[in-house]
Design a protein around this ligand. Structure first.
Ligand SMILES: [Fe+2]
Length: 247
């Protein structure tokens, strides 16, 4: 399985604070059946330049990779290894900002140089302009909307519906946090969304080993028991296809 949303890179945002924690996250995730993790540190345009963000992300990755490989371990996909710690792809959870679609360098925040961009929508009532911005972004990128469930309130209902409509014809994909399936009422709704193709991928949104730990199986188990193992396998195949060339 692929964890599409994870704050495991140490020292960048409010996620992992140490290399040790990051390694524990990798190990726990692997035990849970995760083979690929997309590292998605928060990016806030108002707080940091893209260059500084990329520098910090690269340094954190290199420190972590050195600790893994220096300790005699390896990542899945390292030369000659088909098993090991989950393969890491470098991405970002890009907080929505005005005019992001015309900000050329947003392209540097995609997942590992691909055209896939994860966007965290604003935590205010969505406006028409927010959707138009996503529409424009989707003409250049495949846009993954992070943890849709966090925006699913009554006031956003119409806009969410419109976003889901857009995702039927535009390269827009919807990510759900695994822990959302713990909420019984939400769980039913989310299962329906996955079953009907309105939601596409899971993320742990892991921030550490204690607070928001690796938990992808919460979502995997819910989908498996409601929709069957085959559904989960097909979902995973589609997501591997999305990441073709990267994993
Ligand atoms: Fe996140």
């Amino acid at each position: 399985m692929i964890d599409f949303h994870c704050h495991l890179l140490q020292g960048i945002d409010d996620g992992s604070r140490s290399v040790e924690t990051s390694i524990n996250i990798l190990e726990r995730s692997r035990e849970q059946g995760v083979r690929t993790i997309i590292a998605t540190p928060h990016f806030y345009a108002s707080e940091m330049s893209i260059d500084r963000f990329l520098e910090k992300r690269q340094a954190a990755y290199e420190e972590l990779a050195a600790e893994v490989r220096g300790g005699g371990r390896h990542f899945i996909g390292d030369e000659g290894h088909s098993d090991g710690l989950p393969k890491l792809l470098l991405g970002a959870e890009v907080a929505f900002f005005d005019n992001m679609s015309v900000t050329e360098r947003v392209g540097d925040l995609t997942i590992q140089g691909s055209n896939i961009l994860m966007v965290e929508m604003p935590f205010v009532d969505w406006q028409e302009s927010h959707l138009r911005e996503i529409e424009k972004l989707s003409s250049r990128y495949t846009v993954i909307i992070a943890h849709i469930e966090r925006f699913m309130n009554r006031r956003n209902k119409r806009r969410i519906k419109e976003l889901i409509e857009m995702s039927r014809t535009l390269p827009i994909r919807i990510q759900v946090n695994a822990e959302a399936f713990d909420d019984r009422k939400l769980r039913r709704k989310l299962i329906k969304m996955f079953a009907s193709g309105e939601a596409h991928m899971l993320g742990s949104d892991c921030h550490g080993m204690n607070r928001r730990p690796p938990n992808l199986p919460i979502g995997m188990d819910a989908l498996r028991s409601a929709l069957g193992e085959d559904f989960l396998l097909r979902m995973n195949e589609r997501n591997e296809e999305l990441l073709r060339g990267l994993i």
